[in-house]
Design a protein around this ligand. Structure first.
Ligand code: ADP
Ligand code: MG
Length: 254
């Protein structure tokens, strides 16, 4: 992994909201093909960090680099950047008045100027991959949460991003639908996609991550390979966090 190119990097970034400092000097590198999972207590700044990485929030200091280029200074074309940094949210964000296929084709055709026929074919291929080809003409309201989230993942993939950001994409789903979405992400990892993932699903984190980054109070408290982090965390804060999961998840061992 050390020889791989760095795709996305945060250098000592800070972010304030009104009164408080939410990110307090966070540095992180994501290499090509690497899967990093961010974990930490609610409110520690995980979503804010992801949102800063693709310009949905402005940072106060530090730098963010994409492919070695600073994107937080000077003139940045964020529309271009967001084609390279795909993001999937907890809440799907599909257009309710458009069919699945139209939701998927819109971005590539409107923003990237790609050929509609070709994009439609590609969308169908990707839908097939996530088991939803038969839903291509359905509207979002006709889909389950798990199906909507798989469509949202395809919508991110079809722009051919260099890295995908996932922000608790299974948090709003009924338990029986969590698996079908996590399986898609596991497959993307196996295919070598570069990903930065926020999740509270600890078993999934352990399975998918090359590296766990534990954040608390807007700072990276510790990071390391999952095998080590989940069995021998270095800090008391990480240990306490992992312990809360054993109870909260009804005995699932962290
Ligand atoms: P996490 O995703 O780890 O749960 P967030 O990044 O959502 O944490 O939030 C970090 C902190 O920033 C929290 O204290 C939250 O209340 C605050 N925060 C998040 N978004 C905003 C906002 N738009 N305005 C003001 N405060 C915010
Ligand atoms: Mg969050």
């Amino acid at each position: 992994m050390a020889e791989q190119q760095v795709i996305l990097e945060a250098r000592n970034i800070t972010k304030d909201y009104g009164g408080g400092r939410v990110l307090d000097g966070v540095s992180l590198q994501v290499h090509k093909g690497e899967v990093i999972v961010l974990i930490g207590p609610s409110g520690c700044g995980k979503s804010t960090f992801l949102r800063c990485m693709n310009g949905l929030e402005q940072i106060q200091s530090g730098q963010i680099l994409l492919d070695g280029e600073v994107i937080t200074e000077g003139k940045t074309d964020w529309t271009k950047v967001r084609q390279k940094i795909g993001m999937v949210f907890q809440s799907y964000e599909l257009f309710p008045h458009m069919s699945v296929i139209d939701n998927l084709v819109l971005g590539p055709v409107k923003v990237q100027g790609r050929d509609k026929k070709e994009v439609t074919k590609e969308a169908e291929k990707l839908l097939e991959r996530v088991g939803l080809l038969d839903k291509k003409d359905a509207f979002p309201r006709q889909l389950s949460g798990g199906q909507k989230q798989r469509v949202a993942i395809v919508r991110a993939l079809i722009l051919k991003p260099e890295i995908l950001l996932f922000d608790e994409v299974t948090a709003a789903l009924d338990p029986e639908m969590v698996r079908e979405v996590l399986d898609v992400i596991l497959e993307l990892a196996a295919d070598g996609y570069t990903m930065l993932i926020v999740t509270h699903e600890m078993q999934f984190a352990k399975a998918v991550a090359d590296k766990i980054v534990f954040i608390d109070g807007g700072k990276v408290v510790e990071s390391g390979i999952p095998e080590k982090f989940f069995t021998q965390p270095e800090t008391d804060r990480a240990r306490r966090f992992l312990n809360t999961f054993i109870y909260a998840k009804g005995g699932e061992k962290a």
